[in-house]
Design a protein around this ligand. Structure first.
Ligand code: S3P
Length: 448
């Protein structure tokens, strides 16, 4: 699993119309944060709808290693008995965050201002990813980090015994970095300030407020200025995790490209920091109805009714939209292949440091299936072949990346010939029921 077990090849063949309801699992970002904030509160936090994907299970294990009591009561129903801000104990062994950049970066943040040492590692994908973006600001609090060349895992972080608060302007649009700084700021005296030029997902801010932290967000000419007062006593919460819009993207996009489809996807986040894909699809001509807007688990959500859309057109995706759809470019590039004309995705170099180099992974896989691609360091351009136009027939390398695996399996549902992936095992990190859910709608995904 995600590099620890055997590769699981899978193949997806052209299928009939997708029909029914696609109830996707809990949001990954909010699931990690529920466990971490719960561990930093005093008392019992209860969670429903937790995503039981491997990434989140690895974070649960890490929170236990830092001294919290984390208990599973039933499907998605968990509790965390927290130790309070500054109450973490030093872990007795290496913390293995598996495939999860969010897990490792947030956890580094929340131990970096406590006098203790922790060593972190992960799978082959995570060990390639840059940690300097987090350890640089953590050094300003007084923490030290010793990793491999290029700031890679395994890495040991020595937390600051006498942390000082920090004012930090994010050099990259990253919710993980923002959250790591805010989490470190929790155990520093005084006010920690994070400035983000482009808004990124705001779950940490929303949830910290819910847990009782003093936090404000001011919109200024330099961007969002987020101010957190350190050393609060966080109050335990009841967290209802909403469904994951990044997972919902897969059945939504499948319905758009498979002829005759009509799929209902309940509870999809309309949070402006997460909904960039949905805006883009509508601009391309996707037939999506947004029904019953409401609030669930503190997030604005709507139910989506999605119908096959045979006349989608390629567009220029506005680069400033990237942070609100950063995980959705792989599946958007599949939809783009089934639209007519060019879809131009600029300002996307962050995709190169995700679970894989996603520009490279999508470009190579789409080319192998007959799609014309242009790319540079910061850009991906897909030349669409229209509805049903993709040739298919190739096996794509998923490079330990769940979203690459799912994207190509969706492509196979509408391509002329089946599309295979060399290893679908990383899908368990974020969407363990992907295969059964998609086949339940009428897809033809098989193992091998
Ligand atoms: C996440 C932030 C994003 C995203 C990741 C989840 C989070 O990463 O890609 O899947 O939960 O904060 P970056 O902050 O590195 O862009």
């Amino acid at each position: 699993m995600s590099g620890h077990g055997d590769a699981q090849p899978m193949t997806s063949a052209k299928c009939g119309p997708l029909k029914g309801t696609a109830s996707v699992p809990g949001d990954k970002s909010i699931s990690h944060r529920s466990l971490i904030f719960g561990a930093m509160a005093v008392g019992e936090t209860t969670i429903t709808g937790l995503l039981e994907g491997q990434d989140v299970l690895d974070t649960a294990k890490a929170m236990r290693a830092f001294g919290a009591t984390v208990t599973r009561h039933g499907e998605g129903a968990w509790s965390v008995n927290g130790v309070g801000v500054g109450g973490f104990q030093e872990p007795a062994d290496v913390i293995d965050c598996g495939n999860s950049g969010t897990g490792v970066r947030l956890i580094m943040g929340c131990m970096a201002t406590t006098a203790m040492t922790a060593t972190f590692t992960g799978d082959a994908s995570l060990r390639k990813r840059p940690m300097g973006r987090v350890t640089d600001p953590l050094a300003l609090f007084g923490a030290q980090a010793y990793g491999r060349k290029g700031g890679r895992l395994p890495m040991t972080v020595v937390g600051a015994a006498n942390p000082v608060p920090v004012r930090y302007a994010l050099p990259v649009a990253s919710a993980q970095v923002k959250s790591a700084v805010l989490l470190a700021g929790l155990n520093a005296p005084g006010q920690t300030v994070v400035i983000e030029r482009e808004p990124t997902r705001d779950h940490s801010e929303r949830m910290l407020l819910g847990f009782g932290a003093a936090l404000s967000v001011e919109k200024t000419a330099e961007g969002n200025v987020i101010t957190l007062t350190g050393r609060p006593e966080l109050r335990p919460q009841t967290v209802a995790v909403p469904r994951d819009p990044s997972s919902a993207a897969f059945p939504v996009c499948a319905a758009l490209i498979v002829e005759g489809s009509d799929v209902f996807v309940p509870g999809v986040s309309q949070n402006l920091t997460r909904n960039g894909l949905y805006l883009t699809l509508v601009e391309m001509g996707a037939e999506i109805e947004f029904q019953n807007p409401r609030e669930e688990g503190g997030e604005p959500v709507a139910d989506l009714r999605v119908r096959f859309s045979g006349n989608m057109k390629g567009i220029e995706v506005p680069p400033e939209r990237a942070p609100s759809m950063i995980d959705e470019y792989p599946i958007l590039s599949v939809v783009a292949a089934f639209a007519s004309g060019k879809t131009v995705m600029r300002g996307v170099k962050e995709l190169r440091v995700k679970e894989s180099d996603r520009i490279d992974a999508m470009a190579r896989g789409l080319e192998a299936n007959g799609v014309k691609i242009e790319e540079d360091e910061d850009t991906l351009i897909v030349h669409g072949m229209g509805a049903g136009g993709m040739l298919g027939g190739a096996t794509c390398a998923t490079q330990l990346d769940h979203r690459i695996a799912m994207s190509f399996l969706i492509a196979g549902m509408a391509a002329k010939k089946p599309v295979s992936v060399d290893d679908a095992s990383p899908i368990v990190t974020s969407f363990p029921i992907f295969e059964s859910l998609m086949n339940g709608l009428g897809a033809d995904i098989s193992r091998g």
